[in-house]
Ligand binder design. Structure first.
Ligand code: ZN
Length: 290
């Protein structure tokens, strides 16, 4: 009898234990699932796709095959229309910094930049960008601005008046520097942004510093914008040049290294994708890097 009573007690205790355990397991599973959901959604919100910075040079109105970094206007239109139809958001420099500060770029965000400051930007690219209300950043070679250029150049450049006009009219134009006169390779194949063989470090720093300072001051004076961005000519740079640029007040340094920008990307090494082809396939491939 004792045995039976004992086993009866045991079995009651067992039932309680099993039910209790089941409840604990159930609760743990539900909590884990919910935590998982929260973790997933937080991760999605805080780590959206990165930002793609595109770089264009010249846009041509001629509808024929073009060499170099010149893109046909029809191809450019198609690319911008694709961005518009697929709900891409374009960021200017201020938006870039504000989102970075917040810790997240919006999904499908791109930055459209133009190097060299060719007049054909105003003739062909600007009307398209304005139509879609797309932001863009122009990096003119300041020393090639008409009136400042020492010699004839192969392609016409934007005047300060052009820059002011487009900015005032649309509010969509940001301006950065592409140096005043360091956009060339010397006869020994050395990029002007780098230390020359016959140059002391002090002279080099002074030369680069003067150029970057003059281009910033002139652009600020002529456009009224706070010039905080610099695109290195040909993407060439080095540690000393970066230090000099930062000392001159440039906060955002753009390279030509391919890569997606995240909120952790250092502002002194912002990667960009050059769009040198009108191919939609290649364009979509760049966007798919996000
Ligand atoms: Zn350039």
């Amino acid at each position: 009898m004792k045995k039976w009573i004992f086993s009866g007690r045991i079995s009651k205790v067992n039932i309680f234990l099993v039910v209790g355990l089941l409840i604990i397991i159930f609760c743990t599973c539900v909590t884990k699932l919910e935590n998982g959901k929260v973790a997933a959604s937080t991760q999605e919100d805080e780590n959206p796709s990165g930002l793609i910075v595109l770089v264009y040079h010249g846009i041509s109105g001629e509808n024929k095959e073009l060499g170099g970094a010149l893109l046909k206007i029809e191809d450019f239109k198609q690319q911008m229309s694709y961005l518009h139809e697929n709900n891409y958001q374009t960021l200017g420099l201020k938006e870039f910094l504000a989102y970075r500060e917040k810790g997240a770029f919006p999904k499908k965000s791109v930055m459209i930049t133009f190097d060299d400051g060719y007049k054909n930007f105003m003739d062909f690219a600007y009307p398209v960008l304005k139509e879609y209300k797309f932001h863009s950043v122009i990096f003119p070679i300041v020393g090639l601005t008409p009136g400042l250029a020492k010699e004839d150049v192969w392609n016409e450049h934007l005047t300060f008046h052009d820059l002011r006009l487009m900015d005032a009219e649309s509010g969509l134009i940001d301006i950065g520097s592409h140096t005043y006169g360091l956009h060339y390779y010397d006869d020994k194949g050395q990029a002007a942004i780098n230390l020359r063989r016959d140059e002391s470090m002090a002279a080099y720093k002074a030369r680069v510093g003067k150029d970057l300072n003059v281009s910033k001051e002139l652009l600020e004076l002529e456009t009224g914008q706070n010039v905080i961005a610099l695109a290195w000519p040909y993407g060439v740079t080095n540690r000393t040049a970066v230090k000099v640029a930062k000392n001159m007040g440039y906060q955002m340094l753009f390279t030509l290294v391919k890569g997606v920008v995240t909120c952790d990307t250092p502002l002194e090494r912002i990667p960009r994708y050059a769009v040198n082809s009108g191919s939609m396939e290649e364009f979509k491939k760049i966007l798919a890097s996000m």
